[in-house]
Design a protein around this ligand. Structure first.
Ligand SMILES: Cc1ncc(COP(=O)(O)O)c(C=O)c1O
Length: 455
C-alpha cells in the first residue's frame, strides 16, 4: 500500500509519463508558476506520493505545510464525500449553512486568542486570512498602520505582498498599499556578533520601539503581525521572551497582536497552535489567522478574535462568495477531530525528537550545517559556507534538494537567501518512513558536500 511504503525511484527523473505531463504543463501554464521539481503526482497517501511512472517519494514538504494529517486522509475523504451529498455551496451572507457554523464553533473552542467570547470568520487562503485580520484590526482600533517583520511571509495579494519581506515575490508589482512598516525579526542565529540571546532580544525590542519614533507612532498603529515561527523566512521561532515584551508594548499602546499561524498552526508545533505556548506564558494574541493544514488539503482559512473586536467590523466589510465552502468546512471539522483523537500534537513532538536525534551526527560532521532549529515538527536546517562566517550557501541547498529528490525524498527550501531546508512532513508519517527520509537526507548532504569540496 502506498500509505505505508518507502521511497523508491526506479529510473532517471522525470520518467517518460511525467515528462509528457511536464511538457503539456510548460505549454499551458504561465512560466511564473512552473515547478522546478521533476515530479507529477498520480496519487498521494499519508506521507507518500506516487508519480505518473510509479516512482514513490516521501513528502517532507507536506504540500508546503497543508498536509499535517497526510495526503488523502481516509477520515477527511469520508467527511468530504458525506458533505458532498448534502450540499456543496451556500453563500453565508445569503443562506446560513450548518457546516460553516460547526466549523467556527470548533475554532472558537480551540483558538487561544484573548477574550471570554470568541468569534471566527472563514476565508479561502492564508493571504486572505491575513488581509482580513488586518481589516478587523483597523476596524477595531480605527488606526491605519500595521507593523510586520524582516523575513516575514504573509502572501501574494496586494496588501500581503507589501507585508511580505522578500521582494522577489513582488517584482514589478508596486505601488503597494500604504501603512505597512517593518521592524527586525529576532533571528537569534543571525543576531549581531558578540551579543548573548538576552542582549539580542533587548536589541530587537529597541529596534521595534524606534519604529514608533521613526515609522508609525503607536496611536497610528492598528496591529503588530507576527509569524510565531517564520516559515518562508527560514523556520525561525520568535523567542518567547520577545513575544512577551511585544505583548506588553501592544497593551501599553492599544495595539492588537496578530499571530499569523498559516504555516505553523494545526499541531505541527507540538500544540494545536504556537499561540497555545504564548497563552501559557501570558501573551496570547488578540487575533489569530490560519489556513494551510486547516482543511486537510482543501482551501480554507480562518480569522479568530474576541467578540469585542469582531463587533467593531461594519456589516458587509468582510466575507466573500466562496468563504467557508461547505465541503472544506466538513473536512476542517474532521481535521480538528483527528488531531485530537490521534494525539497528533504529541506525535509532532515525538517526530521532532527523532529528527533532531537523526540530524545530530550531521551537525557534528558537517561545517556547512550552520544551525538546526524549529518548534516541534516545524524544523529548518540552515546551510552556510562555514560556521565562522555564516555566509549563506544556497547552491549547496539546491544540490542537496536535487540529490534527495533523485533518491525519493521531497524537500523544500526556505529563507531570504534560499539557504535553509525546511521539514514539513505529514504528522501521520510512520517511524520507518521517517528513518528512511533522514537517511536519504544525510546521504544527500554528504554527497553534495563531497561534490562541493571537489570543485
Ligand atoms: C505564514 C504564512 N502566511 C501567509 C501565507 C499565505 O498563504 P496562502 O498561500 O494560502 O495565501 C503563507 C503561505 O505560505 C504563510 O506561510
Amino acid at each position: 500500500m502506498l500509505r505505508d511504503s518507502l521511497p523508491n525511484v526506479t529510473g532517471p527523473l522525470p520518467g517518460a509519463q511525467s515528462k509528457l505531463w511536464l511538457e503539456r504543463c510548460a505549454r499551458a501554464l504561465p512560466h511564473a508558476i512552473l515547478s522546478d521539481y521533476p515530479i507529477v503526482i498520480k496519487r498521494g497517501a499519508g506521507a507518500m506520493i506516487e508519480d505518473m511512472d510509479g516512482n514513490r517519494f516521501l513528502d517532507f514538504t507536506g504540500g508546503t505545510g497543508v498536509l499535517n494529517v497526510g495526503h488523502c486522509n481516509r477520515d477527511v475523504v469520508r467527511a468530504i464525500q458525506e458533505q458532498s451529498e448534502q450540499y456543496l455551496h451556500s453563500m453565508m451572507a445569503v443562506v446560513t449553512h450548518p457546516a460553516y457554523i460547526r466549523c467556527i464553533e470548533r475554532m472558537n473552542e480551540i483558538v487561544p486568542v484573548r477574550g471570554a467570547e470568541k468569534q471566527t470568520m472563514l476565508v479561502n487562503s492564508g493571504a486572505e486570512s491575513i488581509e482580513n485580520a488586518v481589516k478587523i484590526a483597523k476596524a477595531y482600533t480605527r488606526r491605519p498602520n500595521v507593523i510586520v517583520f524582516s523575513g516575514a511571509y504573509h502572501g501574494r495579494t496586494s496588501l500581503t505582498m507589501a507585508m511580505t519581506a522578500k521582494k522577489s515575490y513582488a517584482l514589478g508589482m508596486g505601488p503597494f498599499p500604504d501603512g505597512v512598516f517593518r521592524a527586525d525579526f529576532p533571528n537569534l542565529y543571525r543576531k549581531p556578533a558578540g551579543m548573548t540571546d538576552d542582549d539580542a532580544i533587548l536589541f530587537y525590542l529597541h529596534r521595534l520601539e524606534e519604529l514608533f519614533l521613526e515609522g508609525t507612532p503607536p496611536e497610528s498603529t492598528a496591529a503588530i503581525v507576527v509569524e510565531p515561527v517564520q516559515g518562508e523566512g527560514g523556520i525561525v521561532p520568535a523567542p518567547l521572551a520577545w513575544v512577551k515584551a511585544v505583548r506588553a508594548l501592544c497593551d501599553m499602546h492599544g495595539i492588537l497582536l496578530v499571530a499569523d499561524e498559516v504555516q505553523c498552526g494545526f499541531a505541527r508545533s507540538g500544540r494545536m497552535f504556537v499561540s497555545d505556548y504564548w497563552e501559557e506564558a501570558g501573551c496570547a494574541p488578540d487575533i489569530l489567522a490560519c489556513a494551510k493544514s486547516f482543511a486537510g488539503g482543501l482551501p480554507l482559512g480562518a480569522v479568530t478574535a474576541g467578540r469585542h473586536i469582531m463587533d467593531a467590523v461594519p456589516h458587509g466589510v468582510i466575507g466573500g462568495t466562496f468563504s467557508g465552502n461547505a465541503v472544506a468546512c466538513a473536512a476542517a471539522c474532521q481535521v480538528i477531530d483527528l488531531i485530537q483523537r490521534e494525539k497528533l500534537t504529541c506525535r509532532a513532538t515525538e517526530l521532532a525528537t527523532m529528527v533532531h536525534r537523526g540530524l545530530a551526527p550531521l551537525y557534528e560532521s558537517t561545517q556547512q550545517v550552520g544551525d538546526i532549529r524549529g518548534c516541534g515538527s516545524m524544523i529548518g536546517v540552515e546551510f552556510v559556507t562555514d560556521r565562522a562566517s555564516k555566509a549563506p550557501n544556497p547552491n549547496l541547498v539546491n544540490t542537496i534538494i536535487s540529490i534527495a529528490v533523485s533518491k525519493g525524498l521531497l524537500l523544500m527550501r526556505a529563507g531570504a537567501r534560499g539557504n535553509v531546508i525546511r521539514f514539513l512532513y505529514p504528522l501521520t508519517i510512520t517511524d520507518l518512513q521517517m528513518e528512511a527520509g533522514l537517511s536519504i537526507f544525510r546521504e544527500a548532504v554528504a554527497q553534495a558536500v563531497g561534490g562541493e569540496m571537489q570543485v
